[in-house]
Design a protein around this ligand. Sequence first.
Ligand code: DGL
Length: 259
Amino acid sequence: MSGGPILVFDSGVGGLSVVAALRRHLPGSALTYACDNAMLPYGLREDDWLVARILRVCEAAVAASRCVTLVVACNTASTLALDVLRERLSVPVVGTVPAIKPAAAASRSGHFGLLATSATVSRPYTLGLIDAFAAHCRVTRVAADGLVREAERWLAGEPPDPAVIRQALAPLWEDPELDTVVLGCTHFPLLRGFLAAAAPRQIEWIDSSEAIARRTAQMTSGVAPWHGPGESLVTAPDTRLTAGLARFGFAEPHLLVLD
Ligand code: DGL
């Protein structure tokens, strides 16, 4: 008997960068996508409000999708709400947190950057990762909330604004020794080509999507087989999402009803 899909959740289209890795690791598995686009961006919101909101949307999306596993494809949500989601939901939860450990191993100079939302760059969870895995490194943390909108625009078919990208990345280039950048927001790998083109030198860009996909493949069982476009759920109707979701194998989105 087949079970349910794997549910991938983000505030917006960023989780599609994780979907791409999941498709590679679990090519025959049904995926459902859910995003809280009504409340995007998450990175500038208050923690208490955000925990309650993430829980409410994930509870509704888990129930609506009948998923077997939830992948929280959002660093801003995962660095804050993983414990409460694991406590309250009846399905296993895989989180996405900044790839600090691989970056510390990859950086030859010992100086790497963390590019993420305002919330993620300052969370105790993130600082704990840096202490645990990169205490011997210099880590330049850069909040780049403006890039979230640029990734949303790009997925909607509009080119991102090069001035916004240049400005967001500028603090990374102050030290010529910095050689590696962690993309600690799932929206940012969608802009990887633009980010690389805006860099003044060769940089290693590292994100968590492959590790998330491997972890999901290890811990998920009973997934329904993939039969054509997966379901997608949104919290606000927006026709600009349709084409981007379709490129990643999802059907026309429909509205997620919240209790
Ligand atoms: N994609 C989300 C992340 O990985 C954040 C985007 C937002 O600020 O809503 O952090």
